[in-house]
Design a protein around this ligand. Sequence first.
Ligand SMILES: [Ca+2]
Ligand SMILES: [Ca+2]
Ligand SMILES: [Ca+2]
Length: 150
Amino acid sequence: MKNRINQNGFTLIEALVAMVVLTIGILSLYTMQVTAVNGNTTANRLSVATTVATNCYERLWSIPYNDAQLSDTAGAKTHTQAEITGFVLPQGVTGVRWGVTTWLNNDNIDNDQDGEEDEDDETDVKLVALDVNYTDRNVAKTVAITFYKN
Ligand SMILES: [Ca+2]
Ligand SMILES: [Ca+2]
Ligand SMILES: [Ca+2]
């Protein structure tokens, strides 16, 4: 009969300790879950923005050199996706902007920075800098690509 009560099951203290341990475990799982979901969102948004950048690059690459969408902006990113007919911004992407700098062989500038001004290879080349702006959980981010059009 001695210690009968203790041998019949868990004491209240044991049950409470078990509950605390279980609660801590569940909270850790929850934190891991939130981290995983956030990571997935970040990866997804980056992936979408990169796809948009690639699509815009391919489009600008394929249009004629003198197309209005490639007009010189002296580097300022004043061209926008509004110039691309039918372009729809995917969710999370806030805008596409690009700037164009025309290289010339009579501008007294070493455009390709190889140490020599105005050679033949500085003619009929446009440097295009493209930004895809997007948001990732309310943080503004940018995917930037630069390419040469000739
Ligand atoms: Ca040069
Ligand atoms: Ca030049
Ligand atoms: Ca050169």
